[in-house]
Design a protein around this ligand. Structure first.
Ligand SMILES: C[S@@+](CC[C@H](N)C(=O)[O-])C[C@H]1O[C@@H](n2cnc3c(N)ncnc32)[C@H](O)[C@@H]1O
Length: 244
């Protein structure tokens, strides 16, 4: 009997990586709007834009929230992960206007808490005002450089750590975290693709260089589970391998 495949086939696994490759988009007629349609469907299912729009935000005139805030689709994915893990204590590096911190704070609820570290004084003040504006009380903001602050914080109490500050320090930050976090902690590095710069033989930006240094270090590591999720600008998720 001849076996007939109902859809397209792929010759290599990389051809199945993203939905807009031939394998995942074979039957769609409106190819131009495929990504927009995926986004709309994700949003209809998770309502992340509605949650985002509910937040009241103070921000400086010359800086729009979209500039540096993590995309709502990513925050929604992380909220799902946090709820799946039943995480209660979250640490964030890089607060900006406080959007991601507020998403996390809402997810962990009153019994949980978020500590967020922001180097810039202006962003520290604005994000604090945003926490008040949105009546969110379970966020503690530390106005300091991440490396300084990390040396003073008890790191083994956190269930989830979101690293989104300066990408230049990513490796230095990971080297601090890897020694001190608990076995149950999940670490997430944002901007893990850094707008494609990491694929340049010689990176164009210092941030791209920082992200690449972390990834080169992690390629040799055997102690952590690692998964790079190609959503938005890429997120890299890690947890410690169990020893059994
Ligand atoms: C991409 S933004 C964070 C966005 C935020 N997590 C969100 O999604 O709403 C990065 C922030 O990290 C801060 N930052 C940069 N270097 C830092 C450092 N060494 N220590 C602490 N914060 C830093 C910047 O001032 C900026 O506000």
């Amino acid at each position: 009997m001849k076996f007939k495949i109902a859809g397209p086939s792929a010759k290599k696994y990389f051809e199945k990586l993203l939905p807009n490759q031939k394998f995942g988009s074979y039957w769609i007629r409106d190819k131009k709007n495929f990504i927009i349609n995926i986004y709309a469907l994700m949003n209809q299912l998770s309502s992340f834009e509605k949650s985002y729009k509910k937040l009241k935000l103070n921000y400086p005139k010359n800086i729009k929230p979209e500039l540096m805030s993590t995309a709502p689709s990513v925050l929604s994915f992380l909220q799902y992960l946090i709820s799946e893990k039943k995480a209660k204590k979250i640490l964030e590096i890089g607060t900006f206007l406080g959007v991601s911190a507020m998403f996390f704070a809402k997810e962990v609820g009153k019994k949980g808490s978020v500590v967020t570290i922001e180097k810039g004084e202006q962003f520290s003040k604005i994000s604090k005002s945003n926490f008040i504006l949105n009546k969110i009380k379970n966020i503690k903001l530390i106005n300091d450089d991440a490396i300084n602050a990390l040396k003073k914080i008890k790191l083994n109490k956190f269930d989830f750590i979101f690293v989104d500050g300066s990408k230049i320090n990513y490796l230095q930050i990971f080297k601090i975290l890897e020694k001190k976090v608990s076995n149950k902690c999940t670490i997430c590095f944002d901007d893990a693709l850094y707008h494609g710069d990491i694929f340049n033989r010689k990176t164009i930006t210092h941030h791209g260089e920082g992200v690449k240094k972390l990834q080169n270090y992690l390629k040799k590591d055997k102690k952590w589970n690692k998964i790079l999720v190609p959503i938005s600008n890429g997120i890299l998720l890690l947890n410690k391998k169990s020893k059994n």
